[in-house]
Write a protein that binds this ligand. Structure first.
Ligand code: PEP
Ligand code: MN
Length: 363
């Protein structure tokens, strides 16, 4: 069952109560690969759009950068044969012209493009006056404003059918994901843009096959409007993103096993957002305490060093430098001077206690 709001935001997708499913390979590699994948995905009629990357933005030159416009002809064939609509990523005005010429039904903006307002504006200028739907992936970095900026640029260009794709955010720390989902960001977008459909791309969030179903279900539980998932007839041999692709048969199984829940009301969405933010706080607190533990280990090593050389524990000049550094870095991070001083005093007291224990140890 759909509530009114969900219905409104997916009206133009004509889903008839279903969740939107977009699938296909990360990259188009050959006509055979495209047709084989499309035919398999079309079984059961659950996949609404067939996707394939034709131009691939790669981090390093020399990787497979896509077949280019020739592949659009293969997609066109897949569409004619299976009836699935087709969607490709566009990153330049030239891509837009080629895609439209080939009858592509929906364009999507990749994460590496959404980060760049110049690139987004160029594409927005290219589609101005065209009646083409556009899906906008989140930017690679967790900067919600860039995502919003891209929506506004396309709206200003007169695009009325805009969808959002949550594909996670890159993160340098330790994480089990290829791109951390940071669910509170897409939820905030859903609250800010209640009229835009939001779908999830578990493939690029996970970076592997094992967590796909779990992440897709989480998105559905959060009242997302659908999923974009990569599929390939021979995933291990895929020319890009091999680890995260699944065979079309497995893809259909993942879709079939998704449990659709009663659509959530707005206040539930907000409550959910609160829970996610609290989860985020808990995660940060764990990191914070782990880092403080590490700091204390270093303080203890200093304690042993001072003891061996018979140096006093408290060195006034060093302490003053530490406090000043804390205040400066704290201010850069939006923390008040008072808070930074209280925090470093508490940490420093604990270090001194530890060092005193070391001084008092008898060998
Ligand atoms: C893709 O969909 O294959 C892709 C390149 O995704 P993203 O822009 O999310 O990295
Ligand atoms: Mn990919």
């Amino acid at each position: 069952m759909m509530n009114q709001q969900t219905k409104n935001r997916t009206n133009w997708l004509d889903l008839n109560g279903q969740k939107l499913v977009i699938s296909g390979p990360c990259s188009a590699e050959s006509e055979e690969q495209i047709l084989e994948t499309a035919r398999a995905l079309a079984q059961g009629g659950k996949v609404h759009y067939f996707r394939a990357g034709v131009w691939k933005p790669r981090t390093m030159p020399g990787c497979f950068e896509g077949i280019g416009k020739l592949a659009l002809q293969w997609l066109k064939k897949a569409k004619e044969e299976t009836g699935m609509k087709i969607t490709v990523e566009v990153a330049t005005p030239q891509h837009v012209y080629e895609a439209i010429k080939a009858g592509v039904d929906v364009l999507w903006i990749g994460a590496r493009t959404t980060v760049n307002p110049f690139a987004v504006q160029d594409i927005a200028d290219a589609v101005e006056g065209m009646d083409i739907p556009i899906f906008i992936k989140n930017p690679i970095n967790p900067d919600i404003k860039l995502w919003m900026g891209a929506i506004e640029r396309f709206r200003k260009a007169g695009i009325t059918r805009i969808g959002l794709v949550h594909r996670g955010f890159s993160y340098l720390g330790e994480t089990k994901y290829r791109n951390r989902p940071m669910w509170q960001i897409p939820i905030e977008m859903m609250i800010t843009y209640p009229d835009l459909p939001m779908i999830c791309d578990p493939s690029h969030i996970c970076g592997n096959r094992t967590m796909l179903a779990e992440v897709a279900q989480k998105a559905i539980d959060l009242n997302f409007d659908g999923v974009m998932l990569e599929s390939h007839p021979n995933p291990d041999k895929a020319w890009s993103d091999a680890k995260q692709q699944v065979k079309p048969e497995r893809l259909l199984e993942i879709i079939d096993q998704l449990v659709l829940r009663e659509a959530r009301q707005d206040d539930e969405l907000i409550q959910n957002n609160l829970e996610l933010l609290r989860g985020e706080i808990d995660e940060i607190d764990s990191d914070l305490l782990a880092i403080l533990g590490k700091r204390m280990e270093v303080a203890k090593r200093i304690g042993y060093f001072k003891k061996e050389r018979n140096i006093t524990i408290l060195q006034q000049q060093r302490w003053e430098e530490i406090v000043q550094r804390f205040i400066d870095i704290g201010m850069e991070n939006g923390l008040s001077k008072e808070f930074s001083v209280r925090l470093i005093t508490a940490i420093h007291d604990e270090s001194i206690n530890n060092q005193e224990t070391i001084f008092n140890e008898t060998e």
